[in-house]
Design a protein around this ligand. Structure first.
Ligand code: THU
Length: 126
């Protein structure tokens, strides 16, 4: 499954709309029900409106009725490994307290989880 998610994240990164940064990111999210949702980053000339790849994938899944996730792969089209930004960590933690996350570059990959990336996160009891 991990390999399938990596391939999906790489493929969707090609759709990244990045005229400002040129930094292509793709994310692939696996739901508990076994579906894969993908997302890329979408930039805007009003820079702050940019949506990261991870959040695109999560919002697509939630809008299709899926809120339970087991695994997320984030691919950056670079030689260096990049981790999700703070905003994405908070959005991930809204839905999953033990999500497995793999960050992937052109040359490397590393597995971590949301508890490690965002300890002591802010979550209201649901
Ligand atoms: N970006 C992501 O897609 N995910 C992250 O976690 C960090 C940053 C995107 C946003 C922007 O399009 C580009 O990378 C440079 O910041």
């Amino acid at each position: 499954m991990k390999q399938k998610l990596i391939e999906a994240a790489k493929k969707v990164s090609k759709n990244a709309y990045v005229p400002y940064s040129g930094f292509q990111v793709g994310a692939a999210l696996l739901t508990e029900s076994g579906k894969i949702f993908t997302g890329c980053n979408v930039e805007n000339s009003s820079y702050g409106l940019t949506n990261c790849a991870e959040r695109t994938a999560i919002f697509k899944a939630v809008s299709e009725g899926e809120t339970k996730f087991t695994e997320l792969v984030i691919f950056s089209n670079t030689n260096e490994l990049f981790y999700p930004c703070g905003a994405c960590r908070q959005v991930i933690s809204e839905f999953s307290s033990d999500l497995k996350i793999t960050v992937v570059s052109l040359t490397d990959e590393l597995e971590t989880n949301i508890a490690e990336l965002l300890p002591h996160s802010f979550n209201l009891d649901k």
